[in-house]
Design a binder for this molecule. Structure first.
Ligand SMILES: [Zn+2]
Ligand SMILES: [Zn+2]
Length: 126
């Protein structure tokens, strides 16, 4: 399987299956379609897609690297009970970077913010 078809498949996996999967998760799904693919190949493809700005690497969640097909600015929320990662729209705090600049003089070029707590699903299953 050539490189562009691998990338196509990875992007399809990211879009269709789960938001914010780890490389291991992507690998498990890809193995079903390409039984001889290696984890290293999946990692390399994911990192290259992230470097090209097509997907985003998120490292602030739970120690594992996750990948996100949504490259627009947004925040994340990780549930401490089910470990599911939720997107939080950027407009909950659209001026955060501006405020950091005004209050500290530090110019933010990117951020990787993750809130932690309990998701609605887990709140209802106590
Ligand atoms: Zn939860
Ligand atoms: Zn996201």
């Amino acid at each position: 399987m050539n490189y562009s078809r691998q990338r196509e498949l990875i992007l399809r996996v990211l879009h269709n299956n789960i938001v914010h999967p780890t490389a291991d998760f992507v690998y498990e799904l890809m193995k079903k379609e390409i039984p001889n693919i290696s984890l290293a190949t999946v990692y390399r493809n994911l990192n290259q897609l992230a470097e090209a700005g097509i997907i985003r690497r998120i490292e602030s969640l739970d120690g594992a690297v996750h990948f996100d097909h949504d490259t627009h600015k947004h925040y994340h929320f990780i549930c401490i009970k089910c470990n599911k990662v939720y997107d939080i729209p950027y407009d909950v705090a659209p001026d955060l970077e501006q405020q950091v600049l005004e209050k500290t003089g530090l110019e933010v070029t990117e951020h990787d913010i993750a809130f932690k707590g309990v998701c609605p699903h887990c709140q209802n299953h106590n």
